[in-house]
Design a protein around this ligand. Structure first.
Ligand SMILES: Nc1nc2c(c(=O)[nH]1)N[C@H]1C(S)=C(S)[C@@H](COP(=O)(O)O)O[C@H]1N2
Ligand SMILES: [Mo]
Length: 160
């Protein structure tokens, strides 16, 4: 299914691709149509931008946690403490980036319902690329648009 959708997208213009890399058993390269294969969630959000004030938007897409879990982070899922050293680095095509901790989105810890949005106010993001949606953030700065790479990194070694 994703192949035919990707082909359709190519006819309309370049389709954005998102690379999932790092400490993953199943690294992947996904398009926005590929992200429709996970359960879709909606979020009506408001955030403040330092330059343009308060914005209201409606996003839909899969949970970041669902997508990354299927990529197989190389921790022992049964051991909660093993997950706590993992970082998630999210990168946009323009170089804007932010770090999340795995625990922030983990249902056993921070439980933040972070989305990898595939629509913004009912407009598909097929060509722009997915957008990070953090409904609990007061500010908009982590709503990274045009995501082209996410790295999962369990190798934080500053103390070793
Ligand atoms: N890729 C990317 N995403 C980004 C930004 C950016 O500079 N690059 N700016 C962030 C900021 S500061 C805000 S407030 C929101 C909304 O910004 P916009 O109104 O410029 O879309 O997008 C966020 N996502
Ligand atoms: Mo902003």
């Amino acid at each position: 299914m994703s192949q035919s959708l990707t082909a359709a997208g190519t006819a309309a213009g370049p389709v954005a691709e998102l690379v999932l890399a790092g400490d993953l058993a199943r690294p992947a390269c996904l398009t926005v149509p590929d992200l429709l294969s996970w359960p879709q969630h909606g979020a009506q959000v408001a955030f403040e931008c330092a330059t343009s004030g308060v914005q209201h938007h409606h996003f839909t897409g899969p949970l970041l946690h669902d997508v990354l879990t299927d990529a197989g982070p190389v921790f022992d899922a049964a051991r909660r403490k093993d997950r706590l050293r993992f970082l998630i680095a999210v990168h946009g095509t323009d170089g804007h980036r932010a770090l999340l901790s795995w625990a922030e989105i983990d249902p056993d810890f921070g439980r933040a319902p972070v989305l990898l949005a595939v629509t913004l106010d009912d407009t598909p993001l097929d060509r722009a690329g997915p957008q990070l949606v953090l409904p609990q953030d007061r500010c908009g700065a982590r709503y990274i648009s045009g995501i082209d790479a996410i790295r999962v990194d369990g190798g934080y070694t500053a103390w070793t």
